[in-house]
Design a protein around this ligand. Structure first.
Ligand code: AMP
Ligand code: MN
Ligand code: MN
Ligand code: MN
Length: 282
């Protein structure tokens, strides 16, 4: 009997952004859990890719070079994943460096906002969880809030303090949608809209986003992700077909303790879609 291969996992994080496993530990876990294809897609940063590639060399795991770029679009924060990128591409590297550069100042504002609601010590507290000096993220603040007992879990940290509209949310200007797609394409990669079901857009706005993304040269959309309920797989599968985009699947794995989908446990893509792997030569 031939067992079906697990669905390629094309979205994951390491300690180079807001994951808790090093790239080596991530690759080891992917292998243990039987994955054949994994993309490391750290936020706004490619510095973990070399270590992940070295760890995957000579194993059964195919590692895809990836990145997840923070984008501002019409006042919303979106994430655009790049797959099959070249980490040595100067245009992409410069774009990501510029995108990262605002994080430090934003973190200072988050610290001030937490101080203002009576939560002290978050500067050091969040920094303790951040391994990459250039990549301080709300996730690190959320881990601090859980650790010091302000909230019971990560979800609550975003719901009560750090999420959009909450008292310690700091608006931030990220990359533009067009720039993010251009950087990815300049480096030979394929641009993918990450977890579209998470964005608070009505269906007309969602179609505008997908249309603009495709017209800019974007190629795929995540259909299967931990951020989607199963009924949303069908919704975004329909968008993929309607807009002629390929479909991607990714766990968005951050940590064995926090992630909803572990590595190697993704459902298959719905039928009649072009899997983005086809564009990556998989
Ligand atoms: P940042 O890029 O610093 O704004 O941080 C965004 C990150 O926060 C995302 O990549 C997620 O890992 C995490 N995040 C956002 N919303 C939530 C949530 N409701 N629960 C848990 N983690 C979240
Ligand atoms: Mn994250
Ligand atoms: Mn994301
Ligand atoms: Mn992600």
């Amino acid at each position: 009997m031939v067992l079906p291969l697990p669905t390629p996992d094309l979205h994951s994080h390491s300690t180079h952004s807001d994951g808790t496993l090093t790239p080596e530990e991530l690759v080891a876990r992917a292998l243990e859990r039987g994955l054949a294809v994994l993309a490391l897609t750290d936020h706004d940063d490619m510095s973990g890719l070399a270590a992940a590639r070295a760890a995957a060399r000579g194993t059964a795991l195919t590692l895809i070079n990836g990145v997840e770029i923070s984008v501002s679009w019409r006042g919303h924060t979106l994430h655009i994943v790049g797959l099959g990128i070249d980490p040595d591409n100067a245009e992409l590297a410069a774009g990501l460096a510029a995108t990262r550069s605002g994080r430090e100042r934003r973190a200072g504002k988050i610290v001030a906002a937490l101080d203002a609601v009576g939560i002290a010590g978050s500067a050091e507290g969040a920094r303790e969880f951040a391994q990459n000096d250039e990549l301080i993220s709300r996730t690190h603040f959320a881990r601090f809030l859980v650790k010091m007992g302000a909230v019971k879990d990560m979800q609550s940290a975003f719901k009560r303090y750090l999420g959009a509209g909450q008292p310690c949310f700091v608006p931030h200007q990220w990359a533009s949608l067009g720039d993010a797609v251009d950087w990815i394409k300049a480096s030979g990669g394929v641009a993918v809209i990450a977890h579209p079901g998470r964005y608070p857009l009505d269906s007309a706005q969602m179609r505008e986003l997908i249309g603009e993304f495709r017209d800019r040269g974007g190629a795929a959309i995540e259909v299967v992700t931990a951020s989607h309920k199963p009924h949303q797989y069908a919704t975004f599968a329909a968008h993929a077909r309607a807009f002629g985009l390929a479909a991607s699947a990714g766990s968005d794995f951050h940590s064995p303790e926090e992630s909803y989908h572990d590595l190697g446990s993704l459902p298959a893509l719905p039928p009649e879609l072009v899997p983005v792997g086809r564009l990556l030569g998989l």
